[in-house]
Write a protein that binds this ligand. Structure first.
Ligand SMILES: *Cc1c(COP(=O)(O)O)cnc(C)c1O
Length: 399
């Protein structure tokens, strides 16, 4: 049952859409969104079942195809992103795999920026070639390399900006233009920027994907993902893949993530504010060899960041003077900031990419990506920024 009061809100500003967008209410008229933990749906008659299956009646059929709670999550995030359609998935990786699989077939070619989240790199470098899809990995910050890599059979361009963990910023509008010139789809993994600070579709991208596990949940509870794009592509390419291979989001996760969306703007704004303060503090420290934050003027792609991002977001990268040993001493001396490879959480988390998230890619690939032994990736949480600054200051002194 649709709440007709809430279906007219297409002109809502983001904060409003994130509280009310996509809400449907059961006949009980509940205030908070209901969690529909059901596999299937019953029909009043054989004719009604027939109408559902032939599409005359647009209702629900089976939760692998669609579910009311999952649909609320999809409708809400698509309003925020300004997308025509969205498909929620069980994890961020399911979303990446779905977006790529829906774009290619054997004989096609994919170009991806090589500074990718580890598993995204595995899909492009190892998995796609196994199914006859060739892939080329390039330095995404160099627009000439995108131009040189595309071919007549290139069907998808894939990038992440800012990148993990070095926070490089890639010119999305420039890459979108190259994608259009060869008729390929540009897929942007927008996790690090968050939907609050970067809107890839408005920059010319065709598909946006999220690991909802990160800022959208924002409280470390469940995994989820989402693919957003135009109605036609989602209906014709994405939906059949979801229906027949089952990477859908569970209604429970959808409910958690739906409630996460309500507070997303407040949380991300606070985390970004603290990240900026910590970045500014660290940039002035002699034990910090290099500080990378997309919200600062000394970022290598500051000009592009200013153009395509509305804020520096919640991640800070830093290189400690003295390599792995010094970096470990710093991390081990932190009390409040916890050691974890997750990000976007209410709790501030730090990781040493060379020995954790990027251990398996090997030394050569790490060197190519600028992931040094002294580099750390900090995900800034919701604690009082003063407590975070004191923790960082104390740990620097302990090196
Ligand atoms: C975490 C993450 C993913 C994968 O998401 P999961 O929900 O862990 O499967 C993909 N891309 C980026 C940039 C991420 O940070």
């Amino acid at each position: 049952m649709t709440d007709t009061k809430n279906t007219a809100g297409t002109n809502w500003r983001p904060a409003t859409a994130l509280v009310h967008g996509g809400t449907t209410r059961s006949p009980f008229g509940e205030t908070s969104e209901a969690m529909f933990l059901t596999q299937g749906f019953v029909y009043d008659s054989a004719e009604a079942a027939e109408a559902r299956f032939n599409g005359e009646d647009p209702g629900f059929v089976y939760s692998r195809y669609a579910n009311p709670t999952v649909a609320m999550f999809e409708d809400r995030i698509k309003m925020l992103e300004g997308a025509e359609a969205a498909r929620a998935t069980a994890s961020g990786m399911a979303a990446v795999n779905l977006a790529l699989m829906a774009s290619v077939k054997a004989g096609d070619h994919v170009v991806a920026a090589k500074a990718l989240f580890g598993s995204c790199r595995y899909i492009c470098e190892t998995l796609l070639p196994r199914f006859g899809v060739e892939s080329t990995l390039i330095d995404g910050t160099d627009i000439d390399q995108w131009k040189a890599a595309v071919k007549p059979n290139t069907k998808a361009l894939f990038l992440e900006s800012p990148t993990n963990p070095t926070l490089e910023v890639i010119d999305i509008a420039a890459v979108a233009e190259i994608a259009k010139s060869v008729g390929a789809r540009l897929i942007v993994d927008n996790v690090f920027a968050t939907p609050m600070y970067q809107s890839p579709l408005s920059l010319g991208a065709d598909v946006v994907i999220y690991s909802a596990t990160k800022h959208i949940d924002g409280q470390g509870r469940c995994l989820g993902g989402v693919v957003l794009s135009d109605e036609e592509w989602i209906t014709e390419k994405v939906m059949p893949f979801v229906k027949h291979t089952g990477p859908h989001m569970s209604p429970f996760s959808a409910w958690v993530l739906l409630k996460g969306l309500e507070t997303l703007p407040l949380r991300v704004a606070q985390q970004t504010n603290s990240a900026g303060q910590i970045a500014d503090f660290l940039a002035g420290q002699s034990k910090v060899k290099r500080l990378i934050y997309p919200g600062r003027d000394d970022h290598p792609q500051a000009e592009i960041a200013k153009r395509q991002m509305r804020g520096g977001a919640t991640m800070v990268a830093l290189e400690i003077e003295g390599g792995k040993e010094a970096a470990f001493r710093f991390v081990n001396a932190l009390d409040l900031i916890r050691i974890s490879n997750n990000l976007g959480d209410a709790k501030s988390l730090i990781t040493h990419p060379a020995t954790t998230t990027h251990q398996s890619i090997g030394e050569e690939a790490r060197a190519e990506l600028g992931i040094t032994d002294g580099m750390l990736r900090l995900s800034v949480g919701l604690e009082d920024p003063q407590d975070l600054l004191e923790d960082v200051e104390k740990a620097l002194a302990a090196i």
